[in-house]
Design a protein around this ligand. Structure first.
Ligand code: ZN
Length: 209
């Protein structure tokens, strides 16, 4: 395994520029998820919905993110990782285009249907990894266990196990979306303040990556 030092290349302009695709998308995403929180709060205040309290958690809808897969982002990731998948290190380039993978899933977390995903990291450079299609999905992979190795718990077909990063992520470090929305609402009048708030929030979360 080779260390990928992100300080060796500049962050893609589309993600870092003040008026780039990433910045514009983040503002739209803040509004989108704030609206979801408002709707959720309104439903919770409705007596007709209180009877459902304690029932199954409601899945959240997701924003249509695109900024993370800009051409300059793909080029930067391929340069940083030498055109190899960040998970299996295969040289995917000859047979498939790069998949831009989110280390922290952007739209959902497989282990928790009520988790909105780490949407505020959707276009955060340090949350992005290059991946082959297999590692970015959930497919059967041939695994040859070495002696004394613990058997895999995933579904299997012969020697193949259902593996892949997909949207899996442990949720032990989860921070509630409502807290972030609340912080951002205060800054809506000023884009500069909003950007600064995002910067602070993101830097706090990135320490946990
Ligand atoms: Zn891979």
């Amino acid at each position: 395994m080779r260390k990928a030092d992100r300080s060796m290349i500049p962050e893609p302009a589309s993600l870092v520029d003040a008026n780039g695709a990433g910045a514009r998308e983040r503002v739209r995403a803040v509004e989108y998820y704030a609206a979801i929180e408002r709707e959720k709060a309104a439903r919770q205040g409705d007596p007709a919905n209180k009877a459902k309290k304690g029932g199954k958690k409601e899945p959240v809808t997701s924003f249509n993110f695109n900024a993370y897969k800009g051409e300059d982002v793909k080029a930067a990731l391929e340069k940083l990782f030498h055109e190899k998948c960040a998970y299996c290190e295969s040289k995917y380039k000859a047979v498939m285009p790069v998949h831009v993978e989110h280390y922290r899933p952007k739209s959902r977390v497989f282990e928790d249907a009520s988790h909105a995903g780490y949407w505020w990291l959707a276009s955060e450079w340090t949350n992005l990894l290059p991946s082959c299609a297999h590692c970015n999905g959930n497919n059967y992979h041939e695994i040859h266990l070495v002696p004394d190795e613990e058997p895999y718990s995933q579904a299997s077909k012969g020697n193949a196990y259902l593996l892949g990063k997909l949207d899996y992520f442990p949720v032990g470090l989860r921070v509630r979306t409502t807290r972030i929305i609340h912080s951002m609402r205060k800054c809506r009048r000023s884009w500069i303040l909003l950007a600064r708030t995002l910067q602070i929030i993101l830097s706090g979360f990135l320490e946990t990556i």
